[in-house]
Design a protein around this ligand. Structure first.
Ligand code: AMP
Length: 416
């Protein structure tokens, strides 16, 4: 099977490692890829969000399967363009990707499907926003309606900051605050059959102890030692299958990766958000534990044959990833600095580039790379991930020092 992987971040590096490790994958091409992905795939330049360019590349490279990593190409219709060429593609149609592309659309689907989530109002002006804030009360949650790379959400006790964010965004969803630890559950689906991956937890805020602004994600671990044993079955029953059924009913079946972001509240798991693709950096830890060959799994979802796929196999133990971010991230990341010590297994590249003149590795994005490690238990995996990140030098870089710490120390509790 020849596979074309679209994207060039940490998630795609993790996907590339998984695909390259599948004996059924005979050729792996990544577009545009990154310097880390280059060690396991042939790189081709492409504008990943240009549907006709990606479809043409899929034809040119004789791809049997196209795997689309990021959300922007999905929302732009890249999966539709590839499918129109008769090529199997892992990733939802533009219509179905609205589950991520519009928070208001996602809320509408959740309401119709009876999915437990936060009460919410879609607001487009100051008056309706103020009314919604006052009705729902503090802490205030205000979300940009459109794609914002995980950074369009403000959670604050400051009413004027909430109003200011809404004014900046235009159209927002104002939401009830959901109290409880968060879970990311990835579900591989062909629109009807659905296979859950291991639940993971990521760390959205820049600072230790979940302080500071939201980011794309600063670290992750899996599995979750504190999660109730019936969590996944319950979410499949109450969230995933009703949502997939509602999407089919609307004539826009969702096939690809349904990312369910949950809060474990006193009244049970409730959906914070849907995404239409693998989460970054949770993918790094979840795929590090997946033993089932990744190419075959994604191909089954892309071809509507997931019901015949064997049950997933997982490695014992735990995985942890720690993100190294550039100085100034998330507000104004500095790029172009030399990185040393990154040429080691377990280092996953996110925002890196090679300097043309001498091949030196440079920072080229906010989240630069991450150290991903597995171990027999969470503490061992965490120590190994920190050892990886500790061996990398990048001027001014930042990382959290408390990834997985609360889980290891048994400090995570679900509100009663
Ligand atoms: P989202 O882009 O919707 O995932 O939001 C980013 C982050 O904001 C989430 O991972 C949560 O940490 C936080 N968040 C979003 N919605 C809520 C909510 N209703 N209650 C509490 N926290 C939220």
């Amino acid at each position: 099977m020849r596979v074309l992987l679209v994207g060039g971040g940490g998630r795609e590096h993790a996907l590339a490692l998984g695909l390259a490790g599948d004996p059924a994958v005979s050729a792996l091409i990544a577009a545009p890829g990154n310097p880390g992905i280059a060690s396991v795939a042939e790189l081709r330049p492409v504008n990943a969000s240009d549907p006709s360019a990606v479809a043409a590349l899929a034809v040119e490279t004789a791809a049997d399967l196209v795997v689309i990593g990021p959300e922007a190409p999905l929302v732009a219709g890249v999966a539709d363009a590839v499918r129109a060429k008769g090529i199997a593609v892992f990733g939802p149609s533009a219509e179905a990707a609205q589950l991520e592309g519009s928070k208001a659309f996602a809320k509408d689907v959740m309401t119709a499907a009876g999915v437990p989530t936060a009460r919410a109002y879609v607001c487009t002006d100051e008056e309706s926003t103020a009314r919604a804030l006052d009705e729902l009360g503090a802490p205030y949650v205000v979300k940009d309606d459109g794609l914002a790379a995980g950074k369009g959400v403000v959670v604050t006790d400051d009413r004027s900051a909430a109003l200011a964010h809404a004014a900046e965004c235009g159209r927002v969803v104002v939401e009830e605050f959901l109290d409880g630890p968060e879970v990311s559950l990835f579900v591989v689906t062909d629109g009807e059959a659905a296979l859950p991956l291991l639940p993971a937890q990521d760390f959205k805020r820049i600072g230790n102890g979940d302080t500071g602004p939201n980011t794309g994600g600063m670290g992750a671990y899996a599995p979750l030692p504190w999660a109730p044993s019936d969590l996944v079955d319950g979410v499949m029953r109450d969230v995933v299958h009703p949502t997939l059924a509602e999407m089919r009913r609307r004539g826009n079946p969702f096939a690809g990766l349904l990312y369910v972001g949950l809060a474990m509240t006193a009244t049970g798991p409730r959906v914070i958000e849907f995404n239409a693709r693998f989460g970054d950096p949770e993918t790094q830890v979840v795929l590090a534990l997946l033993e089932t060959p990744l190419g075959g799994l994604l191909h089954a979802a892309a071809t509507g044959t997931l019901a015949e796929h064997p049950p997933l196999l997982w490695r014992d133990g735990s995985a942890v990833t720690v993100v190294l971010a550039a100085q100034g991230y998330p507000a104004a990341p500095r790029t172009g600095d030399v990185i040393t010590g990154a040429d080691r297994p377990g280092i996953i590249h996110a925002g890196t580039a090679r300097r043309a003149s001498d091949g030196a590795l440079l920072s080229a994005g906010g989240r630069v790379l991450c150290g991903t490690a597995t171990g027999p238990d969470l503490a061992t995996a965490r120590d190994a991930a920190y050892a990886l990140v500790g061996g990398v030098e990048l001027a001014g870089s930042q990382h959290r020092t408390d990834i997985a710490a609360a889980a290891i120390d048994g400090r995570i509790t679900i509100p009663a």
